[in-house]
Design a protein around this ligand. Structure first.
Ligand code: WT7
Length: 633
């Protein structure tokens, strides 16, 4: 593959080319793909709209670049290794040819059930091979998939179904996760009581749990594929046709549907995968994310499969049936590239070195981190004990909106610096700005991270609400994409991500808006007002701390706290459940009625120093009360 960068000087050279002649650069990268019709123009853009088009008027089907393009050369190569939750159950190996046939068969089934190009299909499934097949079959038929993480609640699912007006839901009976056996179909049933757009539900059998099947709406996966041919003529899509929608949280209440289109996403997810992980053709690659997140989309499914890689998909959790499970899997399949989140590293680090003893881990060539800033202690533990000191560690910074890795070392090429995402990939033009939007040039500067030039896999819009896309990402600093992250460029010119500068929390690598959690808390009938902030958490990175004003009549404090936590779990899902709830009589407010979150953040972090001048507050007396009642972590 001619796109793979081989050395540091090669990287610097490619980077310069990508900046000075971006269209020439990307047209060279894109030309290694199979297009049914080439583009008229590589790029047209305007960040004011925003209006960005890559490979304009080109026609393609992304799955032809996974299958048809490669079947002659590596049809028998393993595409997906699936490791079940229970290590005693048999693993599944699907070759590219087998995955192709299953994708074709399911594509035919989707079409037989009335799915057409442009229709939205929700995928609410556990980590089983059918989830990958579902995504690929949508792409093959031109349908737009929107995967919803199977840990989200029925109302979170209903919101997403409604927002994108999905016609179909693909799901399973249940989900084996660790010792749990979760009912999945029941959540879908509940969600569908609140929506009207879904015509068909296809249910894949996984746990054999008993489920309700609604006549005329619900069908079994094994029934719909019966008799369907294992060949399918891929639907032609335009480069700018929607490939998928993925909902993500922001600083305002309602999650937004980030829209990714086909051509640019294909090119960038593959290019970034190959280069960051330096994948070699016989390698086994494993990303531990869930397909419900962008990491699963770009670096379990699309990037690896477009590269002809062997990608491992794991159904379970790192601690089941024992805390060495990850390492057992690495040894079992001789995993070469391992990609996980700092929260998993910290959780496993807490168990000490003993669980590592039975494992060699000598197949590992590259280890990666994603989702949140990795602290230096976790970086070193990961590097020394998992990478045995001789695997490059790629700390990859990116977002749902960026579609692919933006800032990261290239494994074995970029010198490693603990906790630094380091340098931008070719084609990526980061810029650091101060609060007024002035560029902070040179080294040793700290500010807000923006991107000043388009890249192929960037967000095109937020589904159904283009203004929101503009307001959220392109208005803070006109002419630039604003990431919401703070960043430092150190004395060597290496970038270090400092975390969110907006009201977005990062809990175990999951993005959560403070307003979103507040809205859920406020649904409780006894709640009058609430304010949510993040606080430093040893394992999760950030925990959720809620200050709540309640009508206490007929309730005990501890009973109410449990009810509030449960309300959030029901409305959003377990990942949003506050770690701490403090009942307060008031929230510190400025004279204009704005909540002073700075004070709340400090108290939640058990940092009672420098609370600043509270005398200008409308209600300075509540600060003392809040400090007295603070939950000590
Ligand atoms: C936010 C995006 C991108 C895949 C998973 C998360 C934080 C992500 C890093 C990193 C420091 C990171 C940022 C970003 N983040 N990777 N390597 N170092 N922070 O996707 O849910 O869209 O969240 O995650 O704050 O803005 P996401």
């Amino acid at each position: 593959m001619n796109q793979k960068i081989q050395s540091l000087s090669g990287y610097l050279h490619e980077y310069q080319k990508s900046i000075h002649q971006p269209e020439k650069f990307w047209s060279r990268i894109a030309s290694s793909f199979y297009w049914r019709k080439s583009w008229d123009r590589v790029l047209s853009w305007d960040f004011k709209g925003p209006d960005v088009k890559w490979f304009e008027n080109a026609k393609l089907n992304i799955t032809e670049n996974i299958f048809e393009k490669h079947l002659f050369t590596h049809g028998d190569k393993t595409a997906i290794i699936w490791e079940p939750n229970d290590p005693n159950e048999e693993a599944i190996h699907l070759s590219y040819r087998q995955l192709f046939e299953k994708t074709c068969q399911f594509s035919n089934a989707l079409e037989a059930e009335g799915v057409k190009k442009g229709d939205r299909v929700i995928i609410y499934m556990p980590m089983i091979p059918e989830a990958a097949i579902a995504m690929l079959a949508c792409a093959r038929t031109g349908a737009v998939h929107s995967v919803v993480f199977a840990g989200f609640s029925s109302s979170a699912l209903a919101d997403r179904i409604e927002d994108c007006q999905a016609k179909m839901v693909l799901t399973s009976d249940g989900n084996f996760r660790g010792a749990k056996n979760i009912s999945v179909k029941a959540v879908v049933d509940e969600a569908l009581e609140k929506t009207t757009c879904v015509e068909t539900v296809i249910v894949c059998q996984r746990t054999k749990a008993e489920v309700q099947m609604k006549t005329g709406r619900d069908l079994w996966w094994h029934d719909v594929i019966k008799g369907q041919p294992v060949e399918h003529q891929a639907v032609t899509t335009d480069s700018e046709d929607l490939l998928f929608i993925l909902y993500t949280s922001g600083s305002t209440g309602k999650p937004k549907g980030v829209v990714h289109t086909t051509g640019g996403y294909m090119v960038y997810s593959q290019y970034s995968f190959l280069n960051v992980f330096q994948y070699d053709q016989d390698d086994v690659y494993w990303c531990t994310a869930d397909i419900g997140w962008i990491t699963g989309h770009s670096y379990i499914i699309y990037g690896p499969l477009l590269s002809g890689a062997t990608t491992l998909m794991f159904e379970g959790v790192p601690t089941y049936p024992h805390v060495g499970r990850f390492w057992e899997i690495v040894d079992k399949y001789k995993v070469n590239q391992f990609y996980t989140a700092p929260t998993a590293i910290r959780a496993l680090q807490a168990h000490g070195l003993e669980p590592l003893e039975p494992y060699k881990l000598d197949s590992l060539k590259v280890i990666g981190s994603v989702g949140e800033p990795i602290n230096e202690e976790a970086w070193h533990w990961y590097h020394d004990h998992i990478g045995k000191g001789n695997c490059p560690l790629v700390d990859t910074w990116w977002q749902t909106e960026t579609g692919g890795i933006m800032i990261s070392p290239l494994a074995g090429i970029t010198p490693n610096k603990p906790a630094h995402a380091s340098l931008p990939l070719p084609g990526i033009q980061p810029i650091i700005v101060d609060a007024e939007g002035n560029e902070l040039k040179g080294n040793n500067v700290e500010g807000n991270l923006c991107i000043k030039f388009p890249w192929p896999s960037m967000i095109r819009t937020t589904y159904g609400d283009h203004q929101r896309c503009k307001d959220t990402y392109f208005s803070t600093y006109p002419g630039m994409y604003f990431t919401g992250d703070g960043v430092k460029r150190d004395h060597d010119g290496y970038l270090r991500i400092l975390g969110r500068v907006d009201d977005v929390m990062n809990v175990s690598g999951h993005r959560m808006g403070t307003a979103e959690v507040e809205n859920a808390i406020n649904e409780h009938p006894k709640v009058i007002e609430s304010a949510v902030v993040g606080f430093p958490h040893d394992i999760k990175g950030q925990g959720i701390y809620a200050y709540v004003i309640c009508d206490m009549e007929g309730r005990t404090e501890s009973g109410l706290i449990d009810e509030i936590k449960d309300t959030v779990r029901k409305i959003i899902g377990p990942i949003a459940k506050p770690d701490q709830v403090q009942i307060v009589s008031g929230l510190p407010k400025t004279r204009s009625g704005k909540i002073m979150r700075r004070i709340l953040r400090k108290v939640a972090s058990n940092d009672f120093s420098n609370l600043g001048d509270t005398s200008t507050l409308l209600n300075p007396e509540v600060v003392e009360e809040i400090i007295k009642g603070a939950k000590i972590q």
